[in-house]
Design a protein around this ligand. Sequence first.
Ligand SMILES: Cc1ncc(C[n+]2csc(CCOP(=O)(O)OP(=O)(O)O)c2C)c(N)n1
Length: 637
Amino acid sequence: MTLLECIEGPEDLKGLSQEQLTCLATEIRDLLIETTVRTSGHLGPNLGVVELTIAIHRVFDSPKDKIVFDTGHQAYVHKLLTGRVARFGTLRQRGGLTGYPSRAESEHDLVENSHASTSLSYADGLAKAYKLRGEPDRTVVAVIGDGALTGGMAWEALNNIAAAKDSRLVMIVNDNGWSYQPTIGGLAEHLAAIRVSQRYEHVLDYIKTTLSRTPVVGAPIYGTLHGIKKGIKDVLQPQVMFEDLGIKYVGPIDGHDERLVETALRHARDFGEPVLVHVITKKGLGYAEAEQNTVDCLHQVPAAGAAPGTWSRVFGDELVAIGARRPDVVAITAAMLYPTGLAQFAHVYPDRVYDVGIAEQHAVTSAAGLAMAGLHPVVAIYSTFLNRAFDQTLMDVALHRLPVTFVLDRAGVTGPDGASHHGMWDGSIMQLVPGMKIAAPRDAKRVAELLNEAVEVSDGPTVVRFPKGNVGGEVEAVAKLGGMDVLRSPAGSPAADVLLVGVGPMALTGLEVADRLAVHGIGVTVVDPRWTKPVDEALVGAARQHRLVVTVEDNGRAGGFGDAVARLLRDHDVDMPVKTFGLPQEFLAHGTRNEVLDEAGLTPQHLARRITEAVALRSPGDVPATATAATEGQPFE
Ligand SMILES: Cc1ncc(C[n+]2csc(CCOP(=O)(O)OP(=O)(O)O)c2C)c(N)n1
């Protein structure tokens, strides 16, 4: 039995010797590598926090003390130290451990949102609440990366924490110099300056040794040392940023020296006021492939760049082509240059791409500024992270009718990253934005087509949304219906049974559904709307020629394209049932994209069955016997 297998909870760590802790760290790294290489997942970030997480669990008393991991992608080590070693092999698999903290999994997990830069706000609230509730013996710990620290929320929180002098709050900045890519911006430069200042390091080493030999007598000693350090930093580091904010600062500390980290954390814990502990770590430490990976230190396994054949890559290639013709087109990313497919554009036009850090809100309003000054910005962002910038999209961009194109990658079900990462909201919230136009390409050719149409729009914002993964085969239209593509008309029957409108790749799913229904004598017209907002009014006339309208979208059902179509038909007094298929308005668990879609009933089999039922309900007498039989349990395979 390994040492790691004996750890059932944080209390089992507390009696281990320094030698045993070193051995434990090695075992943890081995398991992290072995598992994530098989299951995929956040390897680089976790390899970097092994000693730090051990130290946290030795110093603090979880779950009484509350540990908040910012973003949560670096919480695998925490999972291993809190009783989940045996299940770790199921990481990110359907029904298995999630890739982020999960309250269903453990009482040691608290925050599972996995959108970055929130930990300090959660911690601020927790600490205030424990104070008000008269529970002064709890300490709140926030672990935040230098990447997440570029997010505006973190600074809003710091501003408040600085004022809450008597909060028992320890903020650990895990500074590895990387987000996905090297962390950018003024803050990153400031941290880097602290990191590389050898002279400063030497002085600090001296202080750290002194500090660790000094018997702990509480705040006064700490305060004295702190005062000494501040003096030194004032000499060596003119921008003593955190302290200027009024926040006690400890560091920088070698985050792979478990003993040193422990010492710093114990002092911070006992200080009784908010303290920021600055820990320097190496992303990917202990795995050569990660340490030497110059793209992202194996932030994710497999590496997070846009691979050939993916939607992201198709978009990236087309943007390069557009960039050649249109010198006014510029690109913005919020710390996701490679994953969003912008790397090629950045390579060809390095001056026309802006990586703003994990700062989606800023990205959008900065895009508004670029557009006001005559450029056409393309904001490439994962669908789920656009949620952050709804108000900026609505008021800063749309209200001013600014030509900004949002390219929403990972729209719809994403898969193993679970509830926080499914891009199932944009299709609804963007429907609310006046003047917004939303495109959803069904295949690679349409990505190019619609992206070009989007950047031609000069009087308001546009969205181009597509899912995660590889693009499927190309399907040409057989006819046009307004601005929409008709992909299939039922042979020989002018008035068909079902008008099926499928959004993006769901139009191709619609073709499979039509095949299945045709076998049972139900005629289906399949339409790809191309633009889901505004809804094409040609649907009104088309609906009248069918007996049932069906919409299918890879987005939450509430307020999405389906609801917009139903509203259009109501507004035109078309008395026609509209079945709107989409994702249930729930926080959907992790699994493969296909597993989640299957569970949501968005596969051709499920859809064919449900549509048959709807047709049968509408006109039982008219529906062919084979079709009604299928509704009584005969599968559509
Ligand atoms: C709001 C938001 N935008 C983007 C992301 C995608 N993302 C996940 S981890 C990460 C980098 C985080 O860097 P850092 O906080 O330094 O942690 P590290 O991975 O370096 O340990 C990014 C950009 C996110 N989770 N949330």
